[in-house]
Write a protein that binds this ligand. Structure first.
Ligand code: ZN
Length: 138
């Protein structure tokens, strides 16, 4: 068994982190806790805590075949909400439990996520079109 502990973050695809920061940090006043390139996912991320334990994750593509580049292309050149991440207490149990319930997983094993989290994506075909990330912090 596993438990959902809350919304960990909302992943927002942007064409430029520095331009997007004009809104998220300058206008809204969120504090960016740093950028990180996640080479495996071909993204550069920046995390912006909202104050209640949830964060806005801004994602910029680092390669033309990045999932973020594909999302922006599919979305008519605009960014938008690319995924929703739910914090879980035990990611391995979550993957096993969901698979046992017939839920299709993109990741059948946890992989590295920004900030050192263990993450796994649920296939949008099983989550009614929403890309759901499961996320466990150490
Ligand atoms: Zn994420």
């Amino acid at each position: 068994m596993f438990k959902i502990l809350g919304v960990d973050h909302i992943g927002v695809a942007v064409s430029s982190l520095s331009e997007a920061n004009n809104f998220w940090t300058t206008a809204l006043g969120l504090e960016c806790t740093g950028d990180e390139v996640v080479a495996e996912q071909k993204v550069k991320t920046s995390f912006n805590p909202t104050g209640n334990g949830s964060e806005i994750e801004l994602l910029e593509a680092t390669a033309p075949d990045s999932p973020i580049a594909k999302y922006i292309e599919k979305n008519g050149g605009r960014g938008g909400i690319q995924h929703i991440a739910l914090r879980v207490d035990d990611i391995e149990a979550a993957i096993a439990d969901l698979q046992a319930k017939g839920i299709r997983m993109i990741d059948t094993k946890p992989r590295y996520g920004a900030g050192g989290a263990s993450i796994a994506f649920v296939h949008p075909k099983s989550s009614f079109g929403v890309l759901v990330e499961l996320c466990q912090h150490k």
